[in-house]
Design a protein around this ligand. Sequence first.
Ligand code: SAH
Length: 247
Amino acid sequence: MSGSLVVVGTGPGKPELMTPATQAALAAATDLVGYGPYLDRVPVLRADQCRHASDNRVELDRARHALALAASGRQVAVVSGGDPGVFAMAAAIFEAVESGDPVWRTLDIRVEPGVTAMLAAAAEVGAPLGGDFCAISLSDNLKSWATIERRLKAAAEADFVIALYNPASKARSHQLGEAFALLRTVKASDTPVLFVRAAGSADSKVVATLLADADASVADMRTLVIVGASTTRQVGRWIYTPRGAKS
Ligand code: SAH
């Protein structure tokens, strides 16, 4: 039997937020490859399934391992959190294909979409992504801080709602504070800022504040930060961004 590789996302946390297509792909796999905590979210679906848990920081090695398994005839599922194409393994797989064994280009590779953190976080508070928005990862492992600053400034000047992924990690805490300082030079001080921790899971927690008061130490590596546009506002206990710029 020829091998295959599917890249899936577990969604933000709750089992109900994992799509049926992803569940079916996981059930069909002979091998699961992923970061340990994400694999732990996948219930044991068959006794003969091999699990290859690895450290989160070696994504390209993990991608090569998965591709080699598929090339050897295994049915491989690579597991990310959220959506696999958003700051996650799907792009790592194609980077590995691009720089790896030419045979990998002929493999049966597909990607299943998942519920990404910013969608789960937005739903916790209302509809803050109701107008134009963008997503920026604050991790400078794979790109320079100067690039991140340039994109933050451009997004703020264009009045996008900005979803910030990877606002902090054990190794990094200063970036979010610097990002807020930069955004304060462009956006109004009363711009809504939302910290949503463990969105779409049983222990989700929301802190809603304003850009002037936003405290970077509220965020950890399970937090998604949303910085509003000029039209983002509160109605009752919800926060939303109207769909048009004129409203
Ligand atoms: N592929 C993932 C994102 C990976 S980047 C996705 O689509 O969601 C990792 C970052 O995503 C974290 O640092 C955090 O900012 C965010 N994140 C992931 N799951 C989250 C959740 N349940 N709640 C809030 N933020 C989350």
